[in-house]
Design a protein around this ligand. Structure first.
Ligand code: PMV
Length: 320
C-alpha cells in the first residue's frame, strides 16, 4: 500500500495576476488531502473519494477529475490496465472551490503512486506531476496550487512564462497571525473566470497593464509587511489587492457580503482568495479574539467560516 498527502492553501496575494507571470504569495494550510493506493485484481482502476466536500463539489468536478487522473497516470508511466489499483482519497481538507483541493489531491495521488510503485521521484518531479494533474481541472494553471500542496509553508511564487519550472522561495515569517476564510458556498469554474479575465486583457490592454503595474508594487510591499509583521499595512494591502480584483470583474454579491461582514467586525483587511465569483474570501484577523469575532459573525450570517493561523514552518494551523 502506498500513501501520500498534499496541503490545502490560501492565496494571500496575486490570484489571476500570477497567471501573467507576476509574483503571488501563498500559504499552505494545516489541512491536507491524503491518498492511499492499493493494488487490486482489476480490471483497471477504482476511485473511492471519501473527502469531505462543499455540497455538490465532487459531482461537479467529476469529469475534470477523470481527465486529471489520466494526466497523472501518463506523466508517471503507470497503467492501471496492466497493473490494476485502487485510489482512496481522504484527509481533513474539505473539497471546495478556492481551497486548492484539486492540487492537494493531485499531489497526494502522485506521492501515493510514487510510494506504491517505488518510483523514487524527487519533490520537484512530484510537483511537475501535480501540475500535469491540475491541467485536467483547468487548462493552463499557474502552478501555484500544486507548489503550495507539495512544499507547504508561506511561499512567494512566480510562474515561468516560457513553460519551465516555477520560481519560488519561502517568505521569512517570524510571527504567526490568524486569518478567517468565509465560504460563499458557490463553486466557480476557474477555467471560465480565467478566460473572462484573459478577454479583458485582450480587449483593454492598457487598462490591464495599469492593473498589473499597480499589483507589482503592491506585492513587493506585501512581502515586506509579512516579513516585518506589519499587520496594519498588510491589511491595507489586502484591501488594495481586492480593489484590483474588483476591477477585473471577479467579485460577486456573496463575496462582497463576506468582505463587508469582516470589515464591520474588525478585520484589518479582506479580499477574494482564489478564482473569485464564488469560492472564498480571506480576512486578516490577528489574535484569537479578533479571529473568533469575525468567524462568528460570518457563521451568524449563514456562511461557513474557517479559522487558520499563518506561521513559520511547513504547516500553518487549522484551515479546512
Ligand atoms: O480557485 P483556486 O484556489 O484554484 O485558485 C485559482 C488561482 C488563479 O490564479 C485564478 C488561477 C491559477 O492558475 O493560478
Amino acid at each position: 500500500m502506498g500513501t501520500g498527502h498534499g496541503y490545502g492553501k490560501v492565496i494571500l496575494f496575486g490570484e489571476h495576476f500570477v497567471v501573467y507571470g507576476l509574483p503571488a504569495i501563498v500559504s499552505a494550510l494545516g489541512s491536507r488531502t491524503v491518498a492511499t493506493v492499493e493494488r487490486t485484481g482489476g480490471p483497471g482502476f477504482e476511485l473511492a473519494d471519501h473527502r469531505l466536500e462543499s455540497p455538490g463539489y465532487k459531482k461537479e468536478k467529476f469529469a475534470e477529475q477523470s481527465a486529471s487522473l489520466e494526466n497523472i497516470f501518463s506523466a508517471m508511466g503507470v497503467d492501471p490496465r496492466q497493473t490494476p489499483f485502487r485510489i482512496m482519497l481522504g484527509g481533513d481538507l474539505v473539497a471546495a472551490s478556492g481551497v486548492g483541493a484539486s492540487a492537494a489531491s493531485c499531489v497526494a495521488i502522485a506521492r501515493a503512486l510514487n510510494d506504491e510503485f517505488r518510483l523514487g521521484l524527487s519533490e520537484e518531479e512530484i510537483n511537475a506531476i501535480g501540475y500535469e494533474g491540475e491541467k485536467g481541472y483547468h487548462g493552463t494553471p499557474s502552478g501555484i496550487d500544486n507548489t503550495a500542496a507539495v512544499y507547504g509553508g508561506v511561499l512567494r511564487f512566480r510562474r515561468d512564462l516560457q513553460g519551465g519550472p516555477p520560481f519560488f522561495e519561502p517568505v521569512r515569517i517570524r510571527q504567526t497571525f490568524e486569518i478567517v476564510e468565509g465560504d460563499t458556498g458557490v463553486t466557480a469554474s476557474t477555467q471560465q473566470v480565467v478566460g473572462d479575465v484573459r478577454r479583458i486583457r485582450e480587449e483593454q490592454p492598457e487598462f490591464f497593464a495599469g492593473i498589473l503595474l499597480s499589483y507589482e508594487k503592491l506585492v513587493a510591499a506585501a512581502t515586506r509587511a509579512i516579513e516585518s509583521s506589519g499587520m496594519e499595512e498588510l491589511g491595507r494591502l489586502m484591501n488594495e489587492n481586492l480593489d484590483l480584483l474588483r476591477k477585473i470583474g471577479v467579485s460577486s454579491r456573496e463575496l462582497e457580503t463576506l468582505i463587508e461582514i469582516a470589515g464591520a467586525n474588525g478585520a484589518l483587511g479582506a479580499k477574494i482568495t482564489g478564482t473569485g465569483r464564488g469560492g472564498l474570501m480571506v480576512a486578516l484577523t490577528p489574535g484569537k479574539k479578533s479571529q473568533e469575532k469575525v468567524a462568528l459573525a460570518i457563521e451568524k450570517a449563514g456562511f461557513r467560516a474557517f479559522r487558520a493561523s499563518i506561521g513559520p514552518g511547513p504547516e500553518s494551523q487549522g484551515g479546512r
